[in-house]
Design a binder for this molecule. Structure first.
Ligand SMILES: Nc1ncnc2c1ncn2[C@@H]1O[C@H](COP(=O)(O)OP(=O)(O)OP(=O)(O)O)[C@@H](O)[C@H]1O
Ligand SMILES: O=c1ccn([C@@H]2O[C@H](COP(=O)(O)O)[C@@H](O)[C@H]2O)c(=O)[nH]1
Length: 331
């Protein structure tokens, strides 16, 4: 890597950080997912050169050279962005998120999250347009029946079902994942995994689905996003960088009903978090962190709420009525 310090002794090279100074607000992402965190410099040997030799250093030419090369770099990155997305409102053509894709992963890095990260760096607008894609968030407490009802909605209305929990569990066991241990720990504790990971997984799953099973011509793809967003900042981040939602379907179920369903499911599910201790923590997170998301969407009149403590069939009748009342049964 080019180092000012190596080529011009006496000048201290600073790591380039993604900060509000060099990126607009909506493209800001924590640097830890995009580059190695800045390391603290090793202690420097006391310089034998007299202090005055530094003040004679030609700092102005160096600044000019640095400014020109930074400008060229920004120009190059932008020209790639234009090839990828001709207008900022036009969604990226669906691409499988192969790490070998030279557009989405120009540096051929190996994490599947890279394509989304790169996308965020170059785009200030959501990755998918609501002209092409409809997003319905599916929320409800743990065990309220989201997965069960999703299967019905896929069958009857052609939704593509994406469960945030399932995507996280798949990433947890993916060979080579750098997030496996972190995800395992968060899920067992019923805590919310850092949103950059979950949003990247969802965004890539949407792109994969559009690439491999595009919707019939002249129709929009419809994504039912199950168990997400579970925290207000996730909702904002997803809608700013991936796609604004159309509706929130909410299953309203008492805790004692959810608890007995989960304990029963735990007899065969093999899930680390279907046990009494984890269930208690998940309920706590749901009440404290996830219900405010539902309340927030409620204020925007985007929630269809359905009582979910009756039989699967009866709950589904209410779900269908809610979907149809909002016109979502039509493509
Ligand atoms: N209406 C219902 N009546 C009885 N049992 C149900 C009903 N809906 C779902 N179940 C059962 O309850 C358990 C939890 O359902 P499901 O997995 O659909 O919930 P979930 O909301 O997706 O849970 P989680 O968020 O924990 O993944 C399952 O074993 C399912 O078969
Ligand atoms: O957006 C999300 C969704 C889920 N999680 C974590 O996964 C588990 C299990 O989720 P289910 O929807 O019940 O399958 C959940 O308790 C969280 O720990 C998440 O962090 N963010």
């Amino acid at each position: 890597m080019f180092s000012l310090a190596r080529h011009f002794p006496g000048v201290r090279s600073k790591p380039l950080l993604l900060t509000s100074q060099n990126f607009p607000r909506s493209t800001q992402v924590p640097h830890r997912l995009y580059s190695n965190p800045p390391r603290s410099s090793p202690p420097r040997a006391p310089s034998s050169a007299p202090q005055s030799s530094r003040s004679n250093f030609p700092i102005i030419p160096i600044i000019i050279i640095t400014a020109i090369s930074s400008g060229a770099y920004v120009y190059l990155v932008k020209s790639r962005a234009v090839k990828c997305c001709p207008s900022s409102r036009t969604p990226t053509p669906p691409q499988p998120t192969s790490t070998r894709n030279p557009i989405l992963n120009p540096f051929n890095l190996t994490s599947p999250l890279i394509s989304h990260q790169y996308q965020l760096l170059i785009m200030a607008t959501p990755r998918f347009s609501t002209n092409d894609v409809t997003v319905v968030f599916f929320l409800g407490g743990p065990g309220s029946g989201k997965g069960t009802q999703s299967a019905n909605l896929v069958k009857d209305y052609g939704f593509v079902h994406l469960s945030a929990g399932d995507l996280l569990r798949a990433e947890q066991i993916r060979e080579g994942s750098q997030y496996g241990d972190l995800i395992r720990e968060y899920i067992r504790e019923g805590k919310i995994v850092p949103m950059e990971v979950t949003v990247a997984l969802l965004s890539n799953a949407m792109a994969d689905s559009l690439a491999t099973s595009p919707p019939p011509a002249g129709t929009k793809a419809r994504f039912l996003i199950d168990g997400f967003p579970r925290k207000l900042d996730q909702a904002v981040f997803f809608e700013e960088t991936v796609c604004p939602s159309e509706l929130v379907l909410f299953l309203d179920c008492p805790e004692d009903v959810m608890e007995s369903r989960l304990l029963k499911r735990g007899e065969t599910s093999g899930r680390d978090d279907d046990n009494a201790a984890s269930i208690r923590k998940r309920f706590h997170t749901f009440v404290e962190t996830s219900m405010p998301v539902v309340d927030d969407f409620e204020k925007k009149n985007k929630v269809v709420s359905v009582k979910a403590d009756s039989s699967v069939e009866e709950v589904y009748e209410h779900v269908k009525a809610g979907i149809e009342a909002r016109g979502l049964h039509r493509r």
